[in-house]
Design a protein around this ligand. Structure first.
Ligand code: FAD
Length: 513
């Protein structure tokens, strides 16, 4: 396709996009739109308030974030350098299947299918015969995480078995600053002011301008609400109501407390440790470790949660505890009129699987895919809302599975969560897993088969049966094949290097992979 020179905006076209809020969501929106809408003369403006600030958490991601970096013209290494970031191979779940247990949710595959039957049915066949090994033995990501090593997928010499991906941990404020610089270099206009009023057209109901404390009226054609939990535009001005899911996901608070990164970087993954009334995160960065306790305020006081977190820090605390309140749920309409909510302004699911930032990314991808003209046809918003609702529901169900399958006995939150009724789609998935080890995938899933498998296996949810097509081979044949896979995984893992060496390679002159 030839590169066109921009002439002038066609009649009715969007000429300016206003992003309200400059946290992770606001700057991801501004940089992504500036990149994807380039060459059309569409002005992008961000209004953020340095007096209000950002939420200051949100430092673990999923691999899709690297597609975002690419879309805005950033290299993974540039991000790791600028944000004191580290690589992430998955999440280590400690204590969820009972005290002193742990299992790993990897960003990669387990084993290989054979003769049309998914790998895990062979693994289940051996488990049913008492010959099973840990599922993680067949995952390169898990093997590297166990060894505290890392390599880039391109450096993996082996074979299809060793397919894996990786995400990053980053310092949220440095990430926002990096995007702010990039956005401004690409022509995004920044206004540091407090939005005081949203002006709407009487006839269409569309937003026409945002008024600010210093007396500005910022006009635009399309408004992206990234004002965080306040949801000033979508929630307050446009009246999109809140769909509350706290009955299904009762954790409603977090206390965050960074500590010194003593001992160096040797865990290329996030750790999630179950506690009495919730769970604790550990996110390793180059210059510090992010920690937080996500908890249900009905089951523990703020003081006790803070004391628990302090007592479990692995290094000296670097700040005062940051207390955050939230609720699980989302705006009923994510896009109404000419206003689209992105980030916390649109909804929130607790950070158990690091999904908020990926929801920002998919919202922006969908917005560009459905990019409107000034009329903002309701059908476009309708499709955006349909897809986003499904995405939220799928992630919600995956998170609920973590709580439902827990094996912690005698603690009120955990006992309550095991007994709680399940959403219909999750109940269906579980019934198929329990009956025959069948993995079910619906439209707009953020997590694919290996992720679900890691949970089922990690929690010891053994199905009643496996695929009978796996029974056409003897146990000895299957043992031999799986041993071969195990060896191939180990051979691939031998090429990985200590994770801290990978970071050392990130010096500015390091070769680009
Ligand atoms: P904010 O950071 O709150 O930004 C809001 C912006 O709006 C700010 O710039 C603010 O100044 C501006 N603003 C607000 N009101 C006004 C006004 N009146 N005028 C002008 N500007 C205004 N996500 C992950 O993917 N991974 C994680 O590990 C993760 N951990 C989390 C842990 C916790 C405890 C919580 C609560 C969230 C976590 N998240 C995580 C979510 C993640 O933090 C957010 O999705 C992400 O930071 C985006 O936030 P935001 O930009 O929507 O909101």
């Amino acid at each position: 396709m030839p590169d066109f020179d921009h002439q002038s905006a066609p009649p009715g076209a969007i000429r300016s996009v206003v992003v309200a809020g400059g946290g992770t969501a606001g700057w991801m929106a501004a940089t992504y739109l500036a990149a994807r809408l380039e060459g059309r003369g569409i002005a992008v403006t961000v209004i953020e308030s340095s007096t209000i600030g950002t939420i200051g958490v949100g430092e673990a991601t999923v691999p899709a974030i690297r597609d975002f970096f690419k879309a805005i013209g950033l290299h993974d290494f540039d991000v790791l350098r600028a944000t004191a970031g580290t690589p992430k191979l998955g999440i280590d779940f400690a204590g969820w299947a009972g005290e002193d247990t742990r299992f790993f949710h990897p960003f990669g595959l387990y084993g290989l299918p054979s003769r049309g039957v998914p790998f895990h049915h062979y693994w289940l066949k051996l488990a049913h015969a008492g010959l099973g090994r840990d599922l993680g033995d067949y995952s390169l990501c898990t093997e590297m995480a166990r060894n505290g090593t890392f390599m880039l997928p391109v450096d993996n010499p082996v074979n299809d078995l060793a397919v894996f991906d990786w995400a990053v941990h980053f310092d949220a404020s440095r990430f926002a600053a990096m995007l702010r610089d990039l956005g401004q270099q690409r022509g995004v206009r920044l206004i540091d002011d407090v939005i005081t009023h949203t002006v709407r057209d009487d006839e269409t109901g569309h937003i026409t301008s945002l008024e600010t404390q210093s007396g500005l009226a910022i006009t635009g054609d399309l408004f992206i609400d990234c004002t965080g939990f306040r949801s000033l535009l979508l929630g307050e001005a446009m009246g999109s109501s809140w769909v509350d899911w706290t009955d299904m996901l009762p954790c409603d608070r977090a206390v965050a407390l960074p500590c010194a990164a003593s001992g160096g970087f040797d865990r290329p993954y996030t750790t999630s440790t179950a506690r009495k009334a919730g769970w604790q995160w550990r996110i390793p960065l180059q210059h510090r470790v992010g920690n937080g306790y996500v908890y249900s305020s009905a089951h523990i006081s703020d003081d006790e949660a803070t004391a628990t977190l302090r007592a479990r820090l692995e290094g000296e605390a670097l700040a005062e505890p940051n207390m955050i309140r939230f609720g699980a749920g989302h705006r009923r309409e994510f896009w109404r009129g000419n206003c689209v909510g992105v980030g916390l302004a649109a909804g929130f699911l607790e950070p158990l699987e690091s999904t908020s930032i990926t929801l920002i990314q998919t919202a922006l991808e969908k917005l560009v895919d459905l990019f409107p003209d000034r009329a903002c046809a309701p059908a476009l918003a309708g499709e955006f809302n349909r897809a986003t609702t499904l995405e939220y529901e799928r992630i919600r169900d995956f998170l609920i599975l973590h709580y439902h399958a827990n094996r912690r006995q005698g603690e009120p939150l955990w006992d309550q969560m095991r007994a709680a009724p399940l959403p219909e789609k999750l109940a269906h998935k579980l019934s198929l897993w329990r009956a025959r080890g069948k993995l079910v995938r619906y439209e707009w899933e953020a997590f694919f088969d290996p992720s679900w498998l890691s949970m089922y296996a990690g929690f010891g949810l053994t199905p009643a049966a496996h695929d009978p097509l796996a029974d056409y081979f003897t146990h000895a044949q299957v043992v031999e094949a799986l041993d071969h896979m195990r060896e191939a995984i180990r051979a691939a893992a031998a090429h990985a290097r200590p994770a801290r060496d990978f970071l050392a390679r990130l010096a500015p002159q390091a070769a680009r992979a």
